[in-house]
Design a binder for this molecule. Structure first.
Ligand SMILES: Nc1ncnc2c1ncn2[C@@H]1O[C@H](COP(=O)(O)OP(=O)(O)OP(=O)(O)O)[C@@H](O)[C@H]1O
Ligand SMILES: [Mg+2]
Length: 283
């Protein structure tokens, strides 16, 4: 065994999980309560022949999950300008569509179908959750090769979802669906409605689902505020640090922005439908 087989190279990452390392062609990550479900989903994706997710390779002698390392470019902080590139964004939407098409086949395995929401938050709106969605489609969790999104990693937030839940999460990160003052500078000059429409089209959301995107985004912001607040309180650590750094206020600003812009965002997303029906009627 050579040094490169055993050397642990820390992977720069998110705010919550410490101790993620690369060892040779694998990634080792600490496991948590949710890990059983994540492993089930990754095994399903492998069996279904979906190539855009890490393979689950088992656990190591330290009890960490072992995943395949996926070669390519992943955005770090500060985000590179290409995060706001429309063609890149559209490729993420197409990848998410393929991922969801595979996850839909797994449906909701036992122990995953609890419909719950944080206490104090309003009941979520939107289509029923029928499969385990990724729900964390951030630039840091997307691997690119030759300008094309090829894989999604970090399935820790996997949970019962609808396609609209997935697309709402996609727009948050790849269409700048948040208060302008919180948007990353790389999104300067990007119109959230127009970009949202591009991504919704690239995902291929049904007409009926398109109408849910804005209300579900508002609802997701409300859920998220309560969830983050509970986690800061109960789990502390990185959750508390994020809360103290103002993530709660940022989520509230997102909710208010979405509510203030709901009409124009809805209209922007519907324009694609109008275009399509015009094309149909003129052909
Ligand atoms: N399987 C993989 N293939 C390629 N790169 C990976 C893989 N897993 C992790 N990475 C790299 O390591 C970084 C951090 O990993 P990951 O996203 O899994 O955890 P995290 O975001 O730090 O965790 P959390 O979101 O729970 O705080 C990723 O942004 C990516 O650059
Ligand atoms: Mg991550």
């Amino acid at each position: 065994m050579t040094d490169s087989d055993t050397h642990e190279q820390p992977l720069p990452g998110g705010d919550v999980t410490d101790g993620i390392v690369r060892v040779g062609d694998t990634v080792r990550r600490p496991v948590g309560e949710h890990s059983g479900l994540v492993h089930r989903a990754l095994e399903h994706l492998e069996a279904a022949g979906f190539d855009g997710a890490p393979r689950f390779l088992g656990t190591d002698d330290q009890g960490r999950e072992v995943l395949s390392f996926i070669d390519g470019d992943v955005a770090g902080r500060p985000w590179p300008a290409w995060v706001a590139d429309p063609a890149r964004g559209a490729s993420v939407a197409r990848l998410l569509r393929r991922l969801d098409d595979s996850l839909v086949l797994l449906g909701l395995p036992e122990h995953s179908a609890v419909r719950s929401w944080p206490s104090g938050a309003p009941e979520p709106v939107g289509p029923t959750a029928t499969f385990l969605g990724h729900r964390d489609v951030t630039p840091e969790n997307t691997v690119f090769r030759d300008g094309e999104a090829v894989a999604l990693i970090d399935f820790d937030l996997l949970r019962p979802s609808s396609r609209v839940d997935e697309v709402a999460n996609l727009l948050l990160w790849w269409a700048g669906w948040m208060a302008p003052e919180d948007r990353d500078p790389v999104f300067d000059g990007v119109d959230p409605g127009e970009r949202g429409r591009l991504l919704v089209d690239a995902y291929g959301l049904s007409d009926e689902d398109v109408d849910w995107v804005v209300p579900v985004s508002v609802s997701a912001a409300q859920q998220s505020w309560h969830t983050m607040s509970h986690r800061a309180e109960e789990l502390g650590g990185g959750w508390r640090r994020m809360w103290d750094a103002g993530v709660g206020d940022q989520i509230r600003r997102r909710e208010h922005w979405l509510v203030a812009e709901q009409k124009s965002l809805r209209r922007a997303l519907r324009e694609s439908l109008v275009d399509e029906s015009e094309e149909k009627s003129s052909s």
